[in-house]
Design a protein around this ligand. Structure first.
Ligand code: 5MM
Length: 330
């Protein structure tokens, strides 16, 4: 097994998963504001510290995805965040895409930016202690109109170029083609889109000679759209999600992590439990775990409210959610 494949495997240590703490300045500001928390660079640092500074997270976290700003900041323990994580046996990773912009020929769809100076930035992140990276593409469903094949293909090409550059730099790539929950679509449509997106992605990765043994897929679950009026049972989500993955993801892939994508904390936990059960039933070939942001953060953020006196209660809630999500891995 290569060194990169070993790092990828370590992210799937049984009972552990990945905290996504890589919100850009724009997303972190919006997240804090939505909980009535004041927004500033210092509040963003405290927001990161609330989670990463929680005693005992190493029981549940194999890795944390950081935002570039956080790579250079210190927690309340006066250690740089990547160093503090590594000292507790948690692998530090970093989001390296630079966000999305509308596609000129299909303005309702998005293309992810960030390839131009990627090799230089990867060298810096590696010096700062990152051992893995993440790039997110966004896929919007609208009836049979969206996504277009052209948008799926262009995002796949960029994900493949990113993954190749990252492996060349000696880091593990997480590839995240997020199929959005927003919309009126059915779960069947979500499953079909996930299959199409992943089918295209893995064929383009192969064209770019990306080594799949150190690639981690971060995927959405197959869910009915948030405006469909339908609430799926965890068993329905699990059946369609695992079917889509079995159809489209090569056995060689190092592992699959799930995003929570706007589900509540309880939904994301119950759906993960059903998915891991279903994966065992059908002998799915890859290790699975979580890579949640919102579903791990929401209870703690409501309790915290940006106030020092609430830190302990917020951290207790965070650890409680981590323990439930870890238990969902079976
Ligand atoms: C889909 O978002 C990723 C997973 O988070 P959820 O579990 O909340 O769905 C997450 O890693 C996302 O990529 C980051 O929060 C960064 O997002 P932005 O929009 O700030 O680049």
């Amino acid at each position: 097994m290569t060194d990169l494949a070993l790092i990828a495997r370590a992210l799937f240590t049984p009972g552990k998963g990945v905290l996504a703490a890589d919100e850009s300045v724009h997303s972190a500001t919006a997240r804090l504001a939505s909980y009535g928390i004041p927004t500033s660079a210092e509040m963003r640092r405290q927001y990161r510290d609330l989670f990463m500074g929680t005693e005992g997270v190493e029981q549940y976290l194999s890795g944390v995805i950081l935002f570039s700003e956080t790579m250079l900041e210190k927690g309340n323990d006066k250690k740089l965040f990547p160093e503090s994580l590594a000292a507790r046996g948690i692998l530090p990773g970093v989001k390296v895409d630079l966000g999305t912009e509308p596609i000129s020929t299909s303005p309702q769809e998005l293309i992810t930016q960030g390839l131009l100076d990627l090799p230089e930035r990867l060298a810096e992140y590696k010096k700062q202690g990152a051992v893995f990276t993440k790039w997110r593409a966004v896929v919007r469903i609208d009836g049979d109109q969206l996504p277009t094949a052209a948008a799926i293909h262009e995002n796949a090409k960029r994900l493949a170029q990113y993954a190749k550059e990252v492996q060349t730099a000696g880091l593990v790539p997480i590839i995240e083609p997020e199929v959005l929950l927003e919309g009126k679509h059915s779960r069947a449509r979500s499953r079909a889109v996930i299959e199409e997106v992943l089918g295209t992605l893995f064929s383009v990765l192969e064209e770019h000679s990306v080594d799949l043994t150190s690639v981690i897929l971060k995927t959405s679950m197959a869910l009915s759209g948030s405006e469909s009026g339908k609430k799926d049972t965890p068993e329905e989500v699990a059946e369609d999600t695992i079917a889509a993955l079995m159809q489209s993801v090569p056995r060689k892939v190092a592992g699959i992590v799930f995003l929570s994508g706007g589900q509540t904390s309880d939904e994301a936990t119950a759906n993960l439990a059903a998915i891991t059960r279903r994966a065992k039933e059908v002998h799915a070939p890859w290790p699975l775990t979580f890579s949640y942001a919102r579903a791990l953060q929401e209870e703690a953020l409501s309790l915290w409210g940006g106030k020092e006196e609430n830190v302990l209660a917020a951290r207790t809630a965070f650890l409680g959610r981590l323990s439930k999500v870890s238990a969902a891995l079976g």
